[in-house]
Write a protein that binds this ligand. Structure first.
Ligand SMILES: Nc1ncnc2c1ncn2[C@@H]1O[C@H](COP(=O)(O)OP(=O)(O)OP(=O)(O)O)[C@@H](O)[C@H]1O
Ligand SMILES: [Mg+2]
Length: 322
């Protein structure tokens, strides 16, 4: 059984190693795919020089429908081919919003059979050497492909929407606890929480109750909380091609929350890419980034001046170190 420590070990000269974020919940319908697909769009808007790659380990077609720029061609490569080739290089496509994606396979059961070794995907991503962020959307299970996505991840985002998903999150945390260094990578995202819903007597509302329970269990979490929004729901369910929150739900609270979440993720990535104080300690160490300084206030203008200022303050000129 491998450990969770090694991340994409890019071959010499391949540039900056990928930073991998896995979105996972054993509970279905908690917003994994919505968060994953839209986070890519927000990250791209905040840092337009940051290459974004979204990979769905699911056979649902949501991601493909959202990103695809042209109809699928016969014989087009998908994740199944990339898995067989041990690199995704040949199957990555440029999609909407400047986000790259890998087409989903028609059926993941075949892939699952080839995912018994939990380090398979990590090795595939290492060989792919994507020079930016890889977002992995998983199925609502804790089976072989999801475990592969845990092993490949620098950060594991676990959406929690209610008590049922909180209990399912406990299974994820237990699984990660058994793997060396795994637990430290998981972070809860409270999502789809109806702030008016009652919290069963323990708090003023469900959100406060869940916040308290996550804290009591000692699970780290993102500060940002995503609300439930009928507008956001209609972006997905109302059209054949799911639309992005950034471009089509600007007036909603979720828009500001997604921006805040993307900023949290960027801070997290930047911090984990700093050189560690104790060399040789293993764990989360990643080489320092050479070229993701930020540049992209153009993309930010539409996100509001304060976000642009905050991002500008974070931009640090860096030399080419790769
Ligand atoms: N913030 C939100 N507000 C309202 N509806 C949302 C929100 N986020 C997601 N949804 C809706 O909730 C449903 C489930 O979302 P999504 O498909 O992202 O969840 P999932 O966890 O990926 O589901 P699955 O387990 O089936 O993969 C979708 O109809 C989606 O449009
Ligand atoms: Mg999904």
């Amino acid at each position: 059984m491998g450990t969770f420590r090694a991340v994409a070990e890019a071959p010499p000269g391949a540039g900056t190693p990928s930073w991998v974020l896995t979105v996972s919940s054993n509970k279905g319908g908690v917003g994994k795919t919505t968060v994953c697909s839209n986070l890519a769009v927000y990250l791209r808007a905040l840092r337009e020089d940051l290459p974004l790659l979204v990979v769905g380990l699911d056979d649902q077609t949501v991601l493909d429908r959202m990103y695809r720029l042209k109809p699928a061609e016969r014989g087009e490569g998908n994740l199944k081919h990339g898995w067989a080739q041990r690199t995704l290089s040949q199957v990555i496509q440029l999609g909407e919003y400047g986000v790259h994606f890998v087409p989903s396979p028609p059926d993941v059961s075949l892939l699952k059979a080839r995912a018994e070794d939990p380090a398979t995907l990590r090795r595939i991503l290492a060989r792919t050497a994507w020079p930016g962020v890889v977002l992995l959307d998983t199925k609502s299970d804790l089976e072989a492909l999801t475990v592969n996505a845990f092993h490949a991840a620098n950060r594991i985002l676990v959406p929690v929407a209610d008590w049922a998903s909180l209990e399912e999150a406990a299974k994820t945390f237990r699984l990660l606890e058994r793997a060396q260094g795994g637990l430290a990578r998981a972070r809860v995202l409270l999502t789809l929480v109806d702030r008016r819903a009652r919290g069963g007597g323990e708090g003023p509302n469900l959100l406060a109750t869940l916040e308290r329970e996550v804290e009591r269990r000692g699970w780290p979490r993102f500060e940002t909380v995503l609300s439930r929004s009928p507008r956001v729901e209609s972006l997905n369910s109302g059209t054949a091609k799911p639309l992005s929150i950034l471009h089509h739900a600007r007036g909603t609270a979720v828009h500001g929350q997604m921006r805040a979440l993307a900023e949290e993720v960027l801070r997290d990535m930047d911090e984990s890419r700093e050189p560690r104080a104790e060399p040789g300690d293993g764990g989360d160490a990643l080489p320092r980034s050479g070229g993701w300084g930020g540049g992209l206030l153009g993309g930010l203008r539409s996100l509001g001046a304060s976000a642009a200022r905050a991002a500008a303050e974070r931009v640090q000129p860096e030399g080419e170190e790769v």
